[in-house]
Design a binder for this molecule. Sequence first.
Ligand code: ASP
Ligand code: MG
Length: 415
Amino acid sequence: MARAQWVGLMALIVQKFGGTSVADIERIRNVARRVKRAADAGDQVAVVVSAMSGVTDQLVKWVREASLQYDAREYDAVVSTGEQVTVGLLALALQEMGVKARSYLGWQVPVRTDSAHGKARIEAIDAAALLAEMGKGIVPVVAGFQGIAPDGRVTTLGRGGSDTSAVALAAALKANRCDIYTDVDGVYTTDPRIVAKARKLAKITYEEMLEMASLGAKVLQTRSVELAMKYRVPVQVLSSFSDAPGTLVVDEDEIVEQEIVSGIAYSRDEAKITLLGVPDRPGVAAAVFGPLAAANINVDMIVQNVSHDGKLTDMTFTVPRGDLQRSTKVLEEAKSGLKFERIASDSSVAKISVIGVGMRSHAGVANTMFGALAEKGINIQVISTSEIKISVLIAEDYTELAVRALHSAYGLDRD
Ligand code: ASP
Ligand code: MG
């Protein structure tokens, strides 16, 4: 209720700037000019920033050098500092341009999170103080990526988490839009570094974006898209270095001409594990995946072969590449109960996915994929599907070839 009073007829926009957009003072001034432009146009703006590019990586490195088995609370104390620098600098740059601005650290907003240090989840954002400041014409510049745990300690949200900060803030402020300025100027049909003919999408649905993000298109942090979808926050992805229109992430019914396939994603962050000679009896899958889940390892694609003799079978699945060693260790430890013969693993695999909400109502999408890959002689190791996505696991060396072939097979190439 109170919000309408403060906002009046203006739009309330959250602008988020990523690491490359604030990489040095000149770029921070560029960002300040953008913020000022929106404020001068009569919009109410709240800003969220990341650390300068490379800074968080350096901080993480220092933590690891200082302590291998580090205390996650101190990790957060260290890695959250990159954002403290950029909020202060951007507030200063805005003030230099005559814009009233002030910095906010996560705890000052406050952005309340759980206490899962290093990957905390936002539980609530109390937007009242920010709204009051904005009502006085002050632009709040909020540190992304950080929050405060119930016990008062600083938390961080996981790498890339400032996207999530921005969307959560937009939801809390009931913003009209959340603009995410990044180093790419929108969401493309696939990675333009692989396919020169990739096209920028004017609009994409939350669900498709969610698939793209979780498949490794590193435009937005996955959790930020989940939040945007849950709270129906329209998100725009655009570049701080150009004025070209970006990509709007919106509800399906706001897209008039929906393509069957919107994009091709790939992920090299995959490793394949095969358990050979697993007893074929009830409870085996639970015995395999239970310990992995307990170790917080995210299993993705799964296939279990039909056993020939009704006694032994093979089971293949994928895990994030960084978790491969831990996974095999967990499984070896569980071996006495599991009684498989052998573990084989392969980390030279890639997952290629075609994504599109149009798949729900069109047949033959999978067949086009399999045909295009066959034509290039690419072997498919594992297949998985969802309502709006088909993924295949292939040898990593064929990643580019597969992505290009699929991009043209679905008619996505720019003319
Ligand atoms: N600075 C943090 C990171 O590099 C958060 C972010 O940029 O979104 O992961
Ligand atoms: Mg980012």
